[in-house]
Design a protein around this ligand. Structure first.
Ligand SMILES: Cc1cc2nc3c(=O)[nH]c(=O)nc-3n(C[C@H](O)[C@H](O)[C@H](O)COP(=O)(O)O)c2cc1C
Length: 358
């Protein structure tokens, strides 16, 4: 989950000189532009004809992700960065155009767990047979077709090569975008799991990855929720984690190495760490209240320790002087209180890791 804008590619499939496809794609992007802005959606028009993709010419199966050709790598990067697709497609001989099939066949993992919506056009069937054909192919790639569609009957809708104004069609275009975006949000956890760098987490189905400033919203909620308990046991509200703004959280997510455990799009826990000379500072160890006692805190602590550089000699962390549960955890992991309680009501604990380095 993240606060990044949702990126929706609008794919124009037809490549013939004088094709109607670009006219339809332009109608769609103009019609939904302000709704897209309101939904935090970045619409990216892509004309398949401009990608210069020859008929599939890769030796390896696309699921390998091994791409020899520059055009494949370029296409892979474009699709990988997208959260969903709207395909503007004609019907050719009762099916989808070869350009679309070829563009789909080039890739695999990049398509997975993303919604795909269709704007079709044609004669009697308004391009709907093309869409049915495409749907059976896209599901193999784990693309998720949405139910909303726009189907344009050329004989009724087109005059002098342009689309006649049609408020009903405009409304279906907006409905299509809405549905693509809703499904894109709902599928985000499935995409996250497959993301490069996401590793299996300590609970079944959970995954672990480095948190970035885009995760600031979830981190802010998690820490406010978790530090309420600290405020109660330590009888103080003067705890930075309770007050930090979204911007402040963004800043430290940039500056620290932060690890998060996720399950189905929910941030279950986190820990941050960074180096200061030969000290390795660990902080903001947090686990959602309903999953305490499952070993997530200990797992995060150990994970944060293992990323200390080889020349780090000590791990430092602090907690509320009355946070006995935390202190018990740290002691059981080899930490010792190194000082008297500090004026701000916290206590510092350290662990010597210099032996580990020899
Ligand atoms: C090769 C070809 C096959 C076509 N087959 C169909 C068809 O099966 N059903 C249909 O409704 N229209 C069909 N048409 C008509 C197209 O819907 C119409 O020409 C449309 O403008 C094509 O899209 P484009 O201009 O973006 O290429 C076909 C057109 C072409 C060029």
């Amino acid at each position: 989950m993240s606060t990044k804008p949702t990126r929706v590619l609008v794919l124009t499939c037809s490549t013939r000189p004088g094709a109607l496809g670009p006219v339809v794609a332009q109608w769609l992007t103009e019609t939904v532009a302000s709704r897209a802005a309101a939904l935090g959606v970045e619409l990216v028009p892509v004309a398949l004809g401009e990608l210069n993709l020859p008929f599939l010419d890769e030796e390896e199966h696309p699921s390998s992700g091994v791409y020899q050709q520059e055009h494949t790598r370029r296409w892979s990067a474009i699709v990988d960065a997208a959260d969903g697709f709207i395909v503007v497609t004609p019907e050719y001989n009762y099916g989808m155009p070869a350009t679309l099939k070829n563009a789909l066949d080039y890739l695999s993992r990049e398509w997975a767990w993303k919604p795909i919506g269709f704007v079709s056009y044609g004669n009697t069937s308004a391009g709907t047979r093309s869409v049915q054909h495409a749907k059976q192919v896209v599901t193999t790639l784990r693309l998720v077709p949405v139910g909303a569609t726009v189907a344009i009957r050329i004989g009724e809708a087109v005059e002098s090569g342009q689309l006649r104004p049609d408020a009903t069609r405009d409304a279906t275009g907006l409905g299509l975008l809405d549905e693509v975006v809703r499904v894109a949000h709902a599928l985000r956890p499935l995409r996250e799991r497959g993301r490069v760098g996401a590793l299996s987490g300590p609970l079944p189905g959970s995954y672990v990855r480095r948190l970035t400033p885009d995760d600031a919203a979830e981190v802010t909620v998690l820490q406010r929720c978790c530090w309420v308990d600290e405020a109660v046991v330590n009888d103080t509200l003067a705890i930075p984690a309770l007050h930090e703004s979204l911007e402040e959280v963004r800043d430290w997510l940039e500056a620290w190495h932060v690890t998060g455990i996720w399950l189905d799009g929910r941030l279950l826990g986190m820990v941050r760490a960074r180096r200061d000379g030969t000290d390795w500072h660990i902080g903001r160890l947090a686990v959602v209240p309903d999953l305490r006692g499952h070993g997530l805190g200990r797992w995060l602590l150990r994970t944060a320790e293992t990323s200390a550089g080889p020349d780090c000699r000590r791990v430092l962390l602090s907690t509320g002087a009355k946070s006995l549960r935390n202190i018990d955890l740290y002691r059981s992991e080899g930490y010792q209180s190194d000082s008297l309680d500090r004026p701000d009501g916290t206590t510092r604990l350290t662990k010597d890791i210099s032996v580990r380095q020899r």
